[in-house]
Ligand binder design. Structure first.
Ligand code: ZN
Length: 287
């Protein structure tokens, strides 16, 4: 599943390629995504300009020329492909958790511009598009979600209030989108490793210095992953068909049985299922 860094890589690519471009035509081949595509979607988008592409958490937000928005969530397996209309046989598409060649099946939506088009592909159809009429409704849409790790609201004070009287473990809370938005399983593992906190630890046992480490390392891990172009598990590729390579920097994720990467640490990376998710940690330096 794409997490915040992978969605941000797609956002940057889309912003670079379709910003300020006017939609010529929209083709919908299958409306039955997680939320059905609205009947008016194609006519609504036609002749509107894409002012820019923003992101909140794992949502891509297309700002349109009439100050409304289109949301796109990639779900489990959604990928966005960019096809240059003048060079039909040359592979110029973006791809997400998929091959750089446009798949033959599951191309549900095409948004066509003068010189290029974007194609939304989604075999499992957990992704969705939504029209949001104005900034107020957009804010309302995200009101139940916690701040992103990059938000100044995600600070020691916020964490100490949120953790009060909670009996859950820290790994479970890092994955809770009501607490913090955009952290998924891979990055939760990596963040807790840098914090030297055991993923199974109850949040009631954490100290103020742990809160500070969580704030600092959440930003650090996500920024580093974005810089690296995301993680290329299951063949994630960015807009230019280039693979992200954060996975070579994984400290614990998918490293069961291997040595801890910290100098002088004799620990071994263990794997345990916590809250139904594979959890990786060093049995020596994460207490
Ligand atoms: Zn270690």
């Amino acid at each position: 599943m794409p997490e915040l860094p992978e969605v941000e890589v797609v956002r940057q690519s889309l912003d670079k390629n379709i910003k300020q471009k006017k939609v010529k035509k929209v083709i919908i081949r299958n409306r039955n995504l997680r939320i059905p595509i609205p009947l008016k979607f194609a006519s609504y988008l036609k002749n509107k300009k894409i002012i820019k592409i923003d992101r909140f958490s794992k949502y891509l937000i297309f700002l349109l020329s009439n100050k409304s928005y289109i949301l796109l969530h990639l779900g489990m397996s959604g990928t966005v492909h960019l096809i240059d209309r003048n060079k039909k046989k040359i592979k110029t598409n973006t791809s997400f958790y998929n091959s750089p060649i446009l798949p033959k099946k599951h191309n549900h939506v095409e948004i066509i511009f003068q010189d290029l088009k974007i194609v939304y592909n989604d075999p499992r159809r957990f992704g969705f598009f939504q029209i949001i009429d104005n900034a107020y409704l957009l804010k309302k849409k995200f009101a139940h979600l916690g701040p992103e790790p990059f938000d100044t609201k995600f600070n020691v004070n916020y964490i100490s209030i949120f953790f009060t009287k909670k009996k859950r473990n820290i790994k479970n809370l890092l994955l809770d989108q009501n607490f913090v938005s955009g952290i998924g399983n891979i990055y939760a593992n990596e963040i807790l490793f840098l914090c030297k906190i055991n993923p199974n630890k109850k949040v009631s046992l954490l100290k103020k210095k742990d809160y500070l480490n969580i704030v600092k390392n959440s930003k650090k891990v996500l920024l580093h992953a974005i810089k690296k172009g995301g993680s290329s598990i299951r063949d994630f590729k960015n807009i230019s068909g280039k693979k992200g390579d954060f996975q070579s920097d994984f400290k614990v994720y998918d490293r069961e049985g291997l040595d801890c990467k910290i100098n002088n640490c004799t620990g071994i990376i263990k794997r345990k299922v916590i809250s139904n998710r594979s959890t990786f940690f060093c049995n020596n330096c994460q207490k």
